[in-house]
Design a protein around this ligand. Structure first.
Ligand code: EPU
Length: 334
């Protein structure tokens, strides 16, 4: 059923937890309903934005159009000898999907446990954690062309996945709405445990459920629970710099945290840059740098969007002045 609400607060629809209104909130349950909405006056006569779990958004002011949200939540499983294909509705909560794969002993999604958000957005954003990215398990992405209503099925390599990036954020931004994502999971063990202290935490007890539990534990230690403290996870993307720039920085800051990407490029830890620039726990108005992970900006005390915007821009400026490195927000400003 199509559900239209007028002049309501977006507080339950985004993880920053700010009380900001939208003119309309429209939810739909099926591809047919989405198609009928796309040709209806409410969408034709207004600006609109499609959201997922709202875990990567900063509403900067009242939204004067339509906030669209998918409630397509069915799943279809196709079993093969060594693998399984699951076609999952865009509105399924990401971690419910991960929990489902783990409970069925299917490998591939476990490192992505406890990431907030929904399935549709994971394919736009290429969410990642602990050495795995959504692109590693995505097989195909089903989407609707917003102009024609026609379905297009993108093979994984057509999605042009990169670090927190895809064709849906770049060349085709705003042109398609994702309805389903098809994942391929393995029936035989294929763990990725190289990141951080994951192996040490697990010891000899390497089962899917234990990997999931350990990751949930690590995330709970480092990242705020959106039900208790508003945030949008990592606020900035880790910057990528040239090797020469990295060597210059390394001479001045020998303990700089980095990950080599290829022969020419190095990814720097934005959390480290921010931390060492003195931002740990700093505040602007009701917004603050999270004391357990400097990459996360939190709504500590009834923050308004301007507090978060000001804090973020002061951090960007200071990181640039200290290291000559630009950090850009991962969070979308709306
Ligand atoms: N560090 C600091 N100060 C801090 C926090 C971290 O110096 O306050 C240093 C530490 O040395 C640490 C390193 O930074 O070892 C990296 O920290 P972490 O392992 O937390 O990873 P990250 O690069 O900061 C990325 C993702 C997270 C994901 C983790 C784990 C991005 C933008 N963020 O963070 O994703 O959970 O790796 O894989 O790539 C998200 O996107 O919302 C998110 C939480």
């Amino acid at each position: 059923m199509i559900n239209i609400k007028e002049n309501i607060s977006l507080k339950p629809y985004h993880t920053f937890g700010m009380d900001i209104n939208t003119r309309y909130l429209v939810e739909y349950d099926s591809v047919e309903e989405l198609r009928s909405l796309l040709i209806s006056p409410i969408i034709k006569d207004n600006i609109y934005i499609h959201i997922g779990g709202g875990s990567n958004l900063l509403f900067t002011k009242e939204y004067c159009g339509v906030v669209l949200h998918s409630r397509i939540v069915d799943m279809v499983v196709e079993e093969h000898e060594d693998s399984v294909l699951i076609k999952v509705g865009a509105g399924v909560v990401w971690d419910d999907f991960v929990a489902y794969t783990v409970s069925n002993n299917w490998y591939g999604a476990e490192n992505l446990s406890y990431i907030p958000g929904e399935v549709g957005a994971s394919a736009v954003q290429n969410v990642g954690a602990y050495g795995v990215e959504a692109k590693d398990i995505i097989n195909r992405v089903y989407a609707i062309d917003v102009e024609t209503g026609a379905e297009r099925i993108f093979k994984q390599d057509e999605c042009l996945y990169g670090y927190r990036s895809s064709i849906f954020k770049t060349q085709l931004k705003g042109q398609y709405i994702i309805t389903y994502v098809e994942y391929r999971l393995s029936k035989t063990p294929c763990h990725k445990l190289e990141y951080g202290n994951l192996k040490t935490m697990l010891g000899d007890d390497i089962t899917l459920q234990n990997i999931r539990n350990s990751i949930i534990e690590i995330r709970k230690q480092k990242l705020p629970d959106p039900n208790e403290l508003g945030s949008a996870g990592s606020f900035f993307i880790n910057p990528v710099v040239d090797v020469t720039c990295f060597h210059t920085l390394k001479q001045e800051y020998p303990d700089i945290v980095s990950y080599p990407l290829n022969e020419d490029k190095v990814k720097l830890s934005a959390a480290w840059l921010i931390d060492k620039a003195g931002w740990h726990g700093k505040r602007v108005g009701g917004a603050a740098v999270y004391h357990k992970q400097c990459l996360v900006l939190i709504n500590e005390n009834n923050a308004i969007p301007a507090d978060v915007i000001e804090l973020a821009s002061q951090i960007q400026k200071s990181v640039y002045e200290k290291y000559g490195v630009e950090i850009t927000p991962e969070v979308n400003y709306i």
